[in-house]
Design a protein. Structure first.
Length: 453
């Protein structure tokens, strides 16, 4: 199919979440959009693949959505996939040996809606729960801008949070949300997780888990874009990006009024024209931004193991388990900030996760494992350190090139929500109109997000 009938209004390079959000927003506004994607599938890092050994379609990692992720949920709704998530108001926190605590909202207004379940959590003594409550109040009252460029561990020091509470509460939340430990993560991003993901509204912390393999969530993208005369080219490798043109690896040159680079930042650094990089100060840091890895480990047992939809493993090397079928015999284990696992081969990785499953669900020791599959994402996310946060590029800069990706300066950690927001921001810049999706309204006793910043 020819792509040169007439110049495109916009070319979007990359069909991850940011690229899809940008393209669909532009198409809705009447722009004629071409999307170029190197791979043969959509979703970027939030996708799935057919495992050649098992024939199963496996997610590259377990991605979840929170109720506060309004932009990503808006994207799914536009694709007709708002029904594809199963929502959970409860979180199941499991201790070694199997004792469990359920964290859930109460009728109390935000930010106190989780207070009763935290005060009664079995993994905390009453004095520990009281100390944790003081730390949570400190997080609620913190001004994020004043903590930008500082470590979250410093905030925990100032909030007098002891090591036991860090291991049992703060670490699981921060590592899962930011893919970095508190002694490395920028405090402003970690505070955002608590202020907007936990404390702002009872709906904010709801967990939405896809019922379909991740790639299936985006099946409607190409036909939806085609309704506005847009087009998606899969297997189209971008060789160079300029302000008004894109050169493909086969030598073809495509022109457009606007270019959106929605590639991973390490690939953007090697693809954007060096002359353009030299005159746009957003682009120089792209080549040196750090990554943080995630491991996803799929386990298939002969009988049910997980009797809850998901589980936080308190002080576990494996942080989360997710049931991938109704029986709980299929499990997806997630290890965020997985640097310490880098030297383990697949066999050792599976055995280490299996040991955690046996420790937290002792009945699983008698249930045979049928197969296991490890998916390593060495460049899963950016590493949101204070240094990274200072260098984080904006969507719009001194050139006409727009950037879109979770690494852009949205104020969010490396999440699907941050990617969707960057995509909508790129479309907003092109169209000259604000396409921001509103946040959830905060509770009556919670400061708006803008005031917290």
């Amino acid at each position: 199919m020819s792509t040169n009938a007439r110049p495109w209004d916009a070319i979007v390079c990359g069909a991850g979440i940011a690229g899809m959000a940008a393209a669909l927003a532009l198409g809705r506004a009447g722009a004629r959009v071409l999307v170029l994607e190197t791979r043969k599938k959509l979703g970027g890092r939030a996708t799935s693949f057919t495992d050649p050994r098992t024939g199963e379609e496996l997610d590259n990692c377990q991605h979840v959505t929170l109720g506060c992720c309004t932009s990503y949920l808006h994207l799914l709704a536009h694709l007709g996939m708002h029904h594809a998530l199963t929502w959970h108001d409860q979180q199941f926190w499991i201790e070694p040996g199997g004792q469990r605590s359920t964290i859930k909202p109460s009728p109390l207004p935000a930010p106190a809606h989780h207070a009763p379940s935290l005060l009664h959590a079995k993994f905390l003594t009453l004095p520990q729960a009281a100390t944790l409550s003081l730390g949570i109040l400190a997080a609620l009252g913190a001004t994020r801008a004043s903590w930008q460029g500082r470590l979250f561990s410093t905030f925990l020091d100032e909030a007098s949070q002891p090591e036991i509470l860090r291991k049992r509460f703060w670490d699981p939340v921060v590592i899962s949300a930011c893919n970095l430990t508190p002694d490395r993560v920028d405090a402003s991003l970690a505070l955002k997780v608590f202020q907007e993901g936990l404390l702002s509204s009872p709906r904010a912390a709801r967990i939405g888990i896809p019922r379909l393999p991740l790639a299936r969530l985006y099946d409607a993208f190409a036909p939806t874009l085609a309704q506005s005369h847009g087009q998606v080219l899969l297997g189209a490798s971008v060789a160079q990006i300029d302000e008004h043109r894109v050169t493909l690896a086969d030598g073809q040159t495509l022109h457009a009024g606007h270019i959106v680079c929605a590639l991973p930042y390490e690939r953007a650094a090697t693809t954007i024209n060096p002359a353009l990089q030299a005159r746009d100060n957003r682009l120089a840091p792209l080549a040196n931004m750090p990554h943080s890895p995630i491991l996803g480990v799929h386990l298939a047992f002969d009988a049910p193991v997980l009797d809850v939809p998901h589980a936080v493993l308190i002080e576990g090397a494996t942080q989360w388990l997710f049931a991938k079928d109704p029986s709980g015999a299929r499990i997806h284990a997630v290890i965020s900030a997985a640097d310490a696992w880098a030297d383990l081969d697949e066999h050792a990785t599976i055995n280490r996760v299996l040991a955690d499953v046996h420790t937290y669900f002792p009945h699983s020791r008698t249930i045979p494992l049928r197969w296991g599959r490890v998916v390593r994402e060495k460049r899963a996310t950016f590493a949101p350190t204070p240094t990274f946060e200072r260098l984080r590029p904006s969507v719009q800069g001194h050139s006409r090139l727009l950037l879109a990706g979770d690494y852009c300066n949205t104020g969010w950690p490396a999440t699907m929500e941050g990617a969707a927001r960057a995509g909508y921001a790129a479309a907003s810049a092109i169209l000259g109109t604000d396409l921001t999706i509103p946040d959830l309204p905060p509770g009556p006793f919670v400061r708006p997000a803008s005031a917290a910043w």
